[in-house]
Design a protein around this ligand. Structure first.
Ligand code: EPZ
Length: 471
């Protein structure tokens, strides 16, 4: 592992030593705005079984795809999380009929009368941009506010737009919005497009658009993520003709109409990965289902390399054990990771794995190659006593024998997965951890507090007087 030439060391925030942990949490006053927080008492030992919810990222893509379908689509196993609510609100704002009941969502978009997604809606969820494909393909035009960047990167949408142009759409950027319509008012036309980067979102947008284009479309260097495969399966069940999903080339024979169908959303591989790391960081043994092992194989390899014991109880149930007794060697060993598109190591598990590495023996190199700014959790982990030297999108993570010693403190969730890494670190830390800005975490994890409580964690969702000065 090469040491960096110019190292940026985050100024070491004052971390209360566990023994002198008398952090004064301010008393709430009557008319003060209260912010929800997570409070975790550690170190925790977890045990038992956790049920994994439906995939957030598959749900968002499939909800967008219901705009392609005439009649009603019925999605089962839809996670009850704020991102899904936000996507449903976008569909309703366009005029689609959306009903949700006991984990299902019925969507009928025959009533869509508006093709503009306004900024307010887009602000709530970036994935909302994916509706541009179905709107142009089925309704001939779309006006969608540019999603803009987020805490993990600039996240441009150039590949979505260039791909739509390759299918014959006229696309203009004006007043912070994308204005797209079909050239001849007739419809999109099949074409060829090579993505410069296997973007998940661009692949999904163009797959939906090409499904209703006139003729054959060839998309190459596409994303291979499982969520792309789930979307292709739903579209094919709705009458589309998509071949090659899961590979790096898609051949799509466009159809003039797709019909609503029924689909069970696959389990969330990132939520499953987060709980696998929860078992590891707390040196516990838990099982979880439903999980599709091939969708977390990279993580299984890395946790096994560290010394965890991972066993498949049945086709959809995994047991992860990092019980010291069962660990191969006296404790979990460090390892290096570099994120990359599927089947590489998922960027959405990078923050959680960084938290784990602060508790392993040795030091590790963590490289983030998908997003250019996905290291802000390193600073928060430092507030919890982690020793991390970050430099751009690379970080050296020093383990428990190299200066990291987790103990509770007040930290801020700056994005969804960064927030998840703070929960995991809080479970392993001595003392009380207080996580602010939890709205980031609740965007993508269904009932995470209850699930962890059922595994024996001392975690609660409570409120505190707002701390706008907290940075
Ligand atoms: C999806 O985002 C996921 N979100 C992300 O999960 C995930 O991190 C990401 O794929 C990568 O796996 C949803 O599915 C809703 P990309 P997406 O387009 O589609 C660049 C989570 O935590 N790019 O594959 O936005 C982009 O800037 C979220 O659940 C372009 O340059 O990701 C980035 O560096 C976070 N031009 C890279 O590609 C484009 O037109 C990967 O982005 C599009 C993307």
């Amino acid at each position: 592992m090469a040491l960096f030439c110019n190292i940026t060391i985050f100024p070491k925030p004052l971390v209360p030593s566990c023994s002198s942990q008398k952090t004064h949490f301010p008393k709430s006053t009557q008319n003060t705005k209260l912010d929800p927080i997570f409070k975790i008492k550690g170190p925790a030992t977890l045990s038992g079984h956790v049920t994994i919810s439906g995939s957030k990222n598959s749900s968002l893509a499939l909800l967008a795809a219901t705009l392609c379908c005439s009649g009603s689509s019925l999605l089962h196993n839809v996670p009850n999380i704020s991102d899904v609510e936000a996507m449903a609100s976008i569909l309703s704002s366009l005029g689609a009929k959306v009903e949700s009941f006991d984990g299902k969502m019925m969507v009928n978009s025959d009533g869509v009368g508006k093709v503009e997604v306004d900024l307010e809606e887009m602000r709530k969820i970036r994935g909302g941009f994916f509706v541009i494909g179905p709107l142009v393909a089925r309704f001939g035009e779309a006006v969608v506010a540019l999603p803009g960047g987020c805490n993990i990167g600039n996240r441009p949408v150039d590949l979505h737009l260039r791909g739509l142009r390759a299918l014959g759409a006229v696309v203009e950027l004006r007043d912070g919005k994308v204005w797209a319509h079909t050239a001849n008012g007739k419809g999109l036309v099949g074409g060829r497009f090579r993505l410069d980067y296997p973007s998940v979102g661009a692949t999904e947008t163009l797959m939906m658009a090409a499904s209703m284009a006139d003729g054959i479309t060839l998309l190459s260097n596409v994303a291979k993520e499982p969520e792309v495969v789930d979307l292709a399966r739903f579209l094919n069940d709705s009458g589309a003709s998509i071949e090659g999903a899961g590979g790096d080339t898609l051949v799509i024979q466009g159809k003039s109409q797709l019909y609503g169908s029924e689909c069970v959303i696959k389990p969330d591989r990132i939520e499953a990965g987060t709980f696998m790391i929860a078992a590891s960081i707390t040196r516990s043994c838990i099982s979880m289902s439903p999980v599709i092992p091939s969708r977390v194989s990279c993580l299984i390899d890395k946790l096994s390399e560290a010394g965890c014991k991972i066993s498949q109880v049945d086709p959809h149930t995994l047991r992860v054990s990092a019980l010291p007794a069962l660990c191969l060697g006296d404790d979990l060993k460090s390892f290096d990771i570099k994120t990359s598109p599927f089947p590489g190591f998922p960027t959405d598990l990078q923050p959680q794995i960084m938290a784990l590495l602060t508790t392993c023996a040795g030091s590790s190199l963590v490289e983030e190659s998908v997003f250019e700014n996905r290291m802000s959790h390193a600073r928060e982990l430092q507030k919890l006593g982690a020793r991390i030297e970050a430099n751009g999108n690379r970080a050296i993570v020093f383990g428990k024998d190299k200066g990291s010693s987790l103990c509770g403190s007040r930290v801020i969730a700056r994005d969804l997965r960064g927030g998840a890494s703070l929960i995991l670190a809080g479970l392993a830390a001595k003392g009380t951890t207080e996580i602010h800005r939890i709205e980031h975490i609740e965007r993508g994890y269904e009932n995470i507090v209850t699930k962890l409580q059922n595994l024996g964690a001392d975690i609660e969702r409570s409120t505190l007087p707002s701390m706008p000065y907290l940075v």
